[in-house]
Design a protein around this ligand. Structure first.
Ligand SMILES: Cc1cc2nc3c(=O)[nH]c(=O)nc-3n(C[C@H](O)[C@H](O)[C@H](O)COP(=O)(O)OP(=O)(O)OC[C@H]3O[C@@H](n4cnc5c(N)ncnc54)[C@H](O)[C@@H]3O)c2cc1C
Length: 380
């Protein structure tokens, strides 16, 4: 599994796997069942070094490469999708844009806390603007030296917990040549007129926080602007390229965990006087799972290495996200098949994996949108 990884990357995998088995696995099912966002667990992950993994040590981060971060997300997802989602969304979507586009002042104000004990959301999606992010309706109106923000955001991960500090939001700030101008702002949760509400009763990632954000005449300064006026769409879409690597990691980890469960079960479960893995119909399903997981890992790690080498990686990230989420769906479906009726009981983790994988083909670009992105890259 660890072909081509450095000693440090292998050690990181072992460390996160041990943590996930010891700290995450025992609480994952309970938190899922009861829709608990686990603050204690999140702070323990911070102590392990999982917040601000790729941020420079100058801002309180851990200065790791992208592949190391992706391995950590993969290992968490091997045990629990919700926990992996908290870490993935925070590092890629929450911290990423501030780290990449923030001024020195913004980085010093936010990154040390976000690498330690606070979370940050990424507010692109709105009730009427999902795949079509240019359909944003949240408006930033310039009045004197302030910006007045009105509108709302939907489905924003990590935005509405007791340790959420704020969110990055895309707004329409005017019009240029008859087209909307998009500008991105950093908004802290205690800003007057800004409210955050948790979105509950999800099918999956039930222990991950999802929030609805409402802006009612919120006043922001130029100091809240991330990047330049009119650069908003670029910042949000570039952030999604990186975010797709971590959704890929969640698909890979989820598939790996489901495969391991199905394999172990197939060796123990006996029917017709022998373990079910001895039936070719079952062993071939497991062989296909193992093969697809290896292919997914190769594609994802290649995309991460390209990013680490500062090469363009948008096409590979889209392919990795598309393929890893598809593999997670296929592996979870077949893993339930291998486990028969037991795979459908909440007493087994498999049932949770089967639900958790479903978001991966929707969040951060649906599979349909990713195929559009990839088809543009290949010149269609
Ligand atoms: C748990 C959860 C967490 C999330 N976290 C965040 C977050 O942190 N930040 C954030 O900004 N968003 C977040 N999202 C939102 C997520 O990114 C969107 O759900 C996703 O982008 C799809 O948008 P939509 O749900 O509005 O679907 P729609 O865009 O309405 O799509 C519905 C269907 O139409 C298809 N479709 C749409 N346009 C086209 C087209 N041009 N061609 C072909 N098919 C098309 C889609 O593929 C899909 O099948 C989250 C969502 C969930 C469920």
């Amino acid at each position: 599994m660890d072909f081509g990884l450095t000693k440090e990357q292998q050690e990181l995998r072992a460390k996160v796997r041990e943590f996930a088995e010891r700290e995450v696995k025992p609480v994952a099912s309970y938190n899922d069942e009861n829709e608990i966002f686990d603050v204690d667990l999140t702070l323990k992950m911070s102590k392990l070094g999982l917040l601000g993994m790729c941020v420079s040590e100058d801002y309180g981060g851990h200065g790791l490469d992208v592949l190391s971060y992706i391995i950590a997300v993969e290992e968490l997802a091997r045990v629990d999708g919700s926990t992996a989602a908290t870490i993935a969304a925070h590092n890629s979507l929450g911290i990423g844009p501030i780290n990449d586009y923030g001024t020195e002042e913004q980085k010093m104000r936010y990154l040390p806390r976000l690498c330690n004990d606070r979370l940050w959301g990424f507010g692109l999606t709105e009730p009427t603007a999902g795949s079509d992010s240019r359909g944003t309706k949240t408006f930033a109106n310039p009045v004197d030296d302030k910006w007045i923000i009105n509108g709302s955001k939907m489905f924003i991960t990590n935005s509405a917990t007791s340790i959420s500090m704020g969110s990055t939001i895309q707004t329409i700030s005017g019009e240029v040549n008859g087209k909307p101008e998009f500008t991105t702002f950093l908004i802290e949760n205690d800003t007057e007129g800004f409210t955050q509400k948790p979105v509950n009763r999800k099918m999956m990632w039930r222990a991950s926080n999802t929030g609805e954000l409402i802006f009612n005449n919120v006043q922001l300064d130029n100091a809240n602007m991330l990047g330049a006026r009119g650069q908003g769409s670029h910042i949000m879409l570039a952030t999604l390229d990186s975010g797709r690597l971590s959704i890929g990691a969640m698909g890979l980890g989820c598939a790996q965990g489901a495969f391991e469960m199905a394999l172990a079960y197939s060796k123990e479960r006996e029917q017709f006087g022998k373990p079910i893995c001895k039936f070719q119909a079952v062993s071939f399903m497991l062989a296909d799972m193992a093969t697809k997981i290896e292919a997914a890992r190769g594609l994802l790690y290649k995309a991460c290495r390209m990013k680490d080498l500062h090469l363009p990686f948008g096409k590979e990230a889209a392919m990795a996200k598309l393929y890893c989420s598809q593999v997670a769906a296929e592996v979870c479906d077949n893993a339930v098949q291998v486990m028969g009726g037991h795979g459908l009981l909440k007493d087994f983790d498999m049932e949770r994996f089967y639900r958790d994988q479903r978001i991966l083909q929707i969040g951060e670009g649906t599979s349909e949108i990713l195929r559009i992105v990839i088809s543009r890259y290949i010149g269609c």
